[in-house]
Ligand binder design. Structure first.
Ligand code: FE2
Ligand code: FE2
Length: 139
């Protein structure tokens, strides 16, 4: 899921980490994991919004609406969890919903933003370099 814009790729790696931790949380760690997801989303979405503003990204509105819907869902579960009104199953469902949502958002909306930011900053489309390790067969 690398998009070729390093700060965005780092934010996306962190998304996967906090959502994976939420999916594997226990009764004891659920609240801390939920808070970590919320804190991550606030900074991840704020950074993307800042890039949109700095570079006059043309499709900002629908991208930001989608961020807000996701944040609203996380805020709601956080608030209910803080007063003991959601169970572990609901929290795991939220983790699954986030995991299901993310690849489509990254592929469609974040990749367009990454391409735009790279074009504005460096005058070109992003290039992701991967190292392929080939193992030669020993005859
Ligand atoms: Fe993103
Ligand atoms: Fe995004």
């Amino acid at each position: 899921m690398l998009l070729g814009h390093a700060p965005m790729d780092a934010a996306h790696e962190e998304f996967v980490e906090v959502v994976t931790a939420l999916a594997g949380c226990t009764q004891h760690t659920a609240l801390a994991c939920l808070r970590a997801v919320r804190a991550h989303l606030l900074s991840h979405f704020a950074v993307e919004q800042e890039w949109m503003q700095k570079t006059d990204f043309p499709a900002a509105d629908c991208h930001l609406d989608e961020h807000q819907r996701v944040l609203d869902a996380v805020e709601k579960v956080n608030a209910l969890a803080a007063v003991g009104e959601v169970g572990l199953q609901d929290i795991k469902r939220l983790a699954q919903a986030l995991a299901d949502w993310f690849p489509g958002h990254a592929d469609y909306m974040d990749s367009a933003l990454s391409a735009w930011v790279n074009k504005k900053m460096h005058g070109g489309a992003p290039v992701v370099l991967r190292r392929h390790v080939q193992v030669a067969e020993v005859a």
